[in-house]
Write a protein that binds this ligand. Structure first.
Ligand SMILES: Cc1ncc(COP(=O)(O)O)c(C=O)c1O
Length: 428
């Protein structure tokens, strides 16, 4: 039996995931979590997209152990270190250069996604001398004030306590359905000097909206957005904090779309080991920072540099891993389509791209009940979306097909139970 007295007595009421998963976890390996009393769960939450390579991957673990035994620098502010040099060299050679970003530079922000977003927004404003930024409906960029202003979610915005300013919200791809061209709409607003939309410094966009409910923009929409940025002299910031690091089947979520953002934010799975780490990748000409202007004590998480370099070297020097993500993404999507056909062809549908996929339920209550039922049977899975109505499969990318099969069987049974109860309730 778990008791949660310690947490209830000493931890703030802000805690949230533990309310959906009321057990005490103690160990984790690959795509599995283990409680203190030995029960195992398949992890379809994966640190909200932070554990793309699973828990305690042996390659990164070994690199970290060796580094610790060598008394390698742990904390280094932004001083030069051997670990940072190795990361920069590896990131440039394995990721940036082969993808045409060899002339971009890397800023180490504070180690959270929201801090990378803060830095990206500040930089865009500094470089252009404009304050307004365009962000999108259902976008999520973090909970510190600047990033929160660009975030749509009312639950998070409501906690700001100050006005959230200098952002113009525009409709994301397909926000009004596939008949409404939201790029033309934006073009018209930006071209009209009396529209009331101040000329923006930048547009910040997720190519697949993670927290917003797995809304995936088409390549065409993203290409048009880039053109719009060029036409109206706005910087294009892609927030790839959740969709990046391989989640959609390529390292960057926009990679096969033929676009070249001016600024890219990365965090979550970048360290490859769940260690805090975030960067802003920018066109060299945009690097107009004065030394230390966007400061932060924890900009030099050397342990994260070590595991990140090991992860890039291990997973990204050939196409094998990316191809496996694409293949597993198809398996998961096919299984979800079957669930939809079986339990609610009129009320359920599959959303997302790559291994960032989920099932849209009629409402948040149904989705929550499905996740709770799945948890009872050994699957950690959460919801996202504007009404928390999407059951979101964010499993580690290294998950085995056997584990996918097991998880999908649990999910199928959870949908069967909850959807049949829903039907009964509607009938009575
Ligand atoms: C796209 C995106 N940007 C930014 C963030 C904020 O990252 P963090 O929670 O590390 O501050 C998140 C977190 O979920 C995210 O999904």
């Amino acid at each position: 039996m778990n008791t949660f007295e310690q947490f209830e007595q000493n931890e703030s009421g802000i805690r949230s995931y533990c309310r959906s998963f009321p057990v005490i976890f103690d160990q984790a390996r690959g795509a599995e979590l283990f409680t203190r009393d030995g029960k195992s769960y398949i992890d379809f939450l994966a640190g909200a997209g932070t554990l793309n390579y699973g828990h305690n991957h042996p390659v990164m673990k070994q690199a970290l152990i060796e580094y610790l035994q060598h008394d390698g620098l742990t904390h280094g502010l932004d001083m030069y270190s051997a670990a940072k040099e190795r990361f920069l060299e590896t990131f440039d050679r394995v990721i940036l250069n082969p993808r045409g970003f060899g002339d971009y530079v890397v800023q180490f922000s504070g180690p959270t996604g929201t801090n990378a977003v803060e830095a990206a927004l500040k930089l865009a404003r500094k470089v252009t001398g404009r304050s307004n930024v365009i962000s999108f409906t259902n976008g999520f960029h973090g909970c510190s004030i600047g990033a929160l202003a660009a975030t749509g979610n009312q639950h998070h915005r409501g906690a700001a306590g100050v006005p959230l300013t200098d952002v113009s919200r525009m409709p994301y791809a397909n926000y009004f359905g596939d008949k409404v061209n939201t790029i033309s709409m934006m073009d018209k607003l930006l071209s009209d000097p009396s529209s009331g939309v101040d000329k923006p410094a930048a547009v910040i966009v997720e190519v697949v909206q993670g927290e917003g409910g797995l809304n995936a923009a088409s390549a065409e929409w993203v290409r048009k957005l880039e053109k719009l940025c060029r036409k109206h002299d706005m910087l294009m910031i892609v927030d790839d904090i959740q969709a990046g690091c391989g989640r959609t089947g390529t390292f960057f979520s926009f990679e096969e779309m033929g676009v070249k953002p001016d600024i890219i934010t990365l965090s979550k799975s970048l360290s490859g080991y769940g260690l805090p780490f975030a960067v802003v990748v920018m066109r060299r000409e945009l690097d107009q920072w004065e030394p230390g202007e966007h400061n932060g004590t924890f900009r030099g998480n050397n342990h994260a540099f070590v595991t990140a370099a090991a992860a890039l070297e291990h997973f990204w020097t050939t196409d094998e891993f990316a191809n496996s993500v694409k293949a597993k993404g198809t398996i998961i999507r096919d299984r979800m389509q079957k669930i939809v056909r079986r339990h609610g062809p009129d009320s359920l549908y599959v959303k997302g791209r790559g291994m960032m996929v989920g099932i849209n339920c009629p409402d948040g209550e149904t989705a929550a009940a499905i996740c709770a039922e799945a948890f009872e049977n050994g699957l950690v899975i959460e919801t996202s979306g504007n009404h928390s109505q999407v059951v979101k499969c964010l499993c580690p990318l290294i998950i085995s097909e056997e584990q996918i099969d097991k998880a999908m069987t649990i999910l199928d049974a959870a949908f069967a139970k909850v959807m049949s109860a829903d039907v009964k309730n509607q009938a009575s």
